[in-house]
Design a binder for this molecule. Structure first.
Ligand code: ASP
Length: 607
């Protein structure tokens, strides 16, 4: 080794020892004939002093050093002179008096400084990711990610799970997203698809008798990207045989509870056991199937009260839809401009309008409010008594702002759900040190797609209906509930899984309802359907998103902060410059012709 210690490992107890360190020049300062550098490696920082009285040669080298140069320094560890200790650095009690120094490599001036926290354009960060990853924050994220994944591996290993790799070059695994395709050279005109998840493969492993499988699985989905999505991402994917919902959920809950306690002890779990919400309840109380449970601000139904007002909007909605709302605590003072912004926000989320009712802050209770102390965008069409009744039902007090939406139930829930999340963040109701895990269950098995005239599965087509709902598949498929469970955390879907159909007939029935005729079923799902006829055991599983979990554990707001080499919002890899055109020869080998206007990475007009 070119070093005896890590820079960050030195302590007062090392004083008097001769050590060799190697790392990067984090910072250099010249001071009255002495040169100081902070030397950085993965373990941390150490202060090195170049003193001409100790070694004039080393001092001369020290003088040439620049930021991000790679150097090796040998010298004695000394206690820093009294008064110069740095309590903020773990190594702040000591320094290394350089006896010799060798430049192992120079560095060009980096496009941004590792030792500064100034914001850097993300495109530049991604282009120079190898420098960006040197930053303490990225390093902390990578280390935490490693530890979380290792924890999961050990946890599952101790419970008899086997990690088994499944192929990346595979056939299309329809799970609701678009596939990435890879052309075959040996079979011109044919393509592999990259797996959207190892779903069918892990089920085949259950048929094969492995009983407990897991994999840190790379999944590929060609979707439009968002802050919490990447075209390739990693899932902790597992499958178990001879289990029911409670078994998989119990195991995953224990894993996450222990993981948080061990890996991020500074974070608090909101509740254990994790609360369970019915899908319908989640939609009606939070307007989301992945609500942030760190704060309340629940959506209240006031349709009954709205029906009897003289306000036309409410009366009309109450006929065929709902009137619902949330309470923004302490926001009665919002200006017209602020409430207009909220109106624009809910319009963007599909609501027709927003009624705002401000209850002035007074010394007394709700009952004491007068007409003059209430500011309502519904004018005088809603009387003070009606407002008091609504506010009372919603749990509001003077000083609060009521935000009401009227319309069809699904749209109203969705708009209020987004408004709730936005207001929760704005009012800082969601404690960043809390992890609010929960389960959402009782999803419908199938949803009707009127434009396609068929049923579709909200999750994936392999999920089984709950036992007593099986007969509904023949009578009223939309009412059948699924053996599906979603793990949620802080407003994100952290994972999802289900108990599967382990008999061919049951699986075929669902695929048929989804509009796959016999030929399509065989063509797309033949490998799984066939296997279900050879002694497939009852089985179920789950997959959780590793990138997203690490985002939540680290408090980052973007999964790109948790992935060493992520893609941009446009799916581009700025470091390698991918995707990129390939040579004519490569295309010929694959029997592929690219349309002229789309050559050389140009986008076709209008795209
Ligand atoms: N394959 C599913 C997914 O990727 C997870 C599961 O049902 O196990 O969402």
């Amino acid at each position: 080794m070119l070093k005896t210690h890590g820079c960050g490992d030195l302590r007062a107890a090392h004083a008097g020892e001769k050590v060799t360190l190697a790392g990067w020049v984090h910072r250099r300062r010249d001071h009255g004939g002495l040169t100081f550098i902070d030397l950085r490696d993965r373990s941390g920082l150490a202060q090195v002093v170049f003193n001409p009285a100790t070694s004039s040669v080393a001092h001369a080298v020290g003088h040439t050093l620049r930021g991000e140069w790679v150097v090796q320094v040998t010298g004695e560890v000394a206690r820093r002179p009294q008064g110069t200790e740095n309590a903020k650095m773990p190594t702040g009690e000591v320094e290394i008096i350089a006896g010799s120094a060798t430049v192992l490599n120079e560095s060009k001036t980096p496009p941004f400084y590792v030792n500064e926290d100034a914001p850097v354009d993300e495109a530049v960060r991604l282009q120079y990711r190898y420098i960006d990853l040197r930053k303490e924050r990225m390093q902390r994220n990578m280390i935490l990610r490693h530890r979380a994944v290792k924890f999961m591996r050990d946890f599952l290993d101790a419970r008899g799970f086997l990690e088994i790799e499944t192929p990346i070059l595979i056939k299309s695994t329809p799970e609701g997203a678009r596939d990435f395709l890879v052309p075959s050279r040996l079979q011109p005109g044919s393509f592999y698809a990259l797996p959207q998840s190892p779903q069918q493969l892990k089920q085949l492993l259950m048929v094969a008798g492995y009983e407990r499988y897991f994999q840190m699985a790379r999944c590929f989905r060609d979707e439009d990207l968002r802050a919490d999505r990447q075209p390739e991402f990693t899932q902790m994917d597992l499958e178990m045989s001879f289990v029911e919902m409670a078994d998989v959920m119990g195991l995953v809950e224990e894993m996450h509870t222990e993981l948080v306690r061990k890996i991020v002890p500074e974070k608090r779990l909101l509740a254990t056991p994790f609360p369970r919400l019915d899908y319908k309840d989640a939609m009606s109380r939070y307007g989301s199937d992945k609500p942030d449970l760190r704060f309340g601000m629940e959506i209240t139904d006031i349709t009954g009260l709205a029906r009897t007002t003289q306000f036309q909007v409410f009366k009309a909605a109450a006929q065929s839809g709902v009137v619902k709302g949330i309470v923004a605590p302490g926001c009665a003072g919002y200006s017209r401009k602020q409430t207009d912004e909220l109106l624009e926000f809910v319009r963007g989320k599909g609501a027709k309008g927003l009624v705002t009712i401000a209850l002035e802050k007074i010394a007394g209770s709700l009952e004491a409010l007068t007409q003059e102390q209430v500011r309502s965008s519904a004018g005088r069409h809603v009387t003070i008594d009606e407002i008091k009744a609504m506010a009372g039902r919603m749990g509001a007090t003077p000083g609060d702002l009521l935000l009401l939406v009227a319309g069809p139930e699904a749209e109203t829930n969705a708009a209020l759900g987004s408004l709730r999340q936005m207001m929760g963040e704005r009012l800082k109701l969601a404690d960043p040190s809390v992890l609010a895990f929960g389960w959402v269950v009782n999803f419908p098995l199938l949803e009707w797609r009127p434009e396609e005239n068929r049923w579709d599965s909200p999750h994936n087509p392999f999920c089984a209906p709950i036992d007593q709902d099986t007969p509904l598949l023949d009578m009223d498929p939309g009412r059948a509930m699924a053996k599906q469970y979603d793990l949620i955390c802080n407003g994100y879907e952290a994972g999802g899984g289900s108990i599967r159909n382990h008999k061919r007939a049951a699986q075929e029935k669902i695929l048929a309802l989804m509009g796959h005729d016999a030929a399509a079923r065989e063509e797309q799902f033949g490998q799984l359907l066939g296997a279900l006829e050879y002694g497939a055991p009852p089985h179920g599983g789950i997959a959780t998103g590793i990138d997203r979990l690490v985002m939540l554990l680290t408090g980052e707001e973007n999964i790109r902060q948790t992935i060493a080499f992520p893609k941009t919002q446009n799916g581009a890899d700025l470091l390698f410059g991918a995707p990129a055109p390939v040579s004519e020869k490569q295309l010929q080998e694959l029997s592929i012709t690219v349309k002229e206007q789309q050559r050389s990475g140009e986008r076709p007009a209008g795209a």
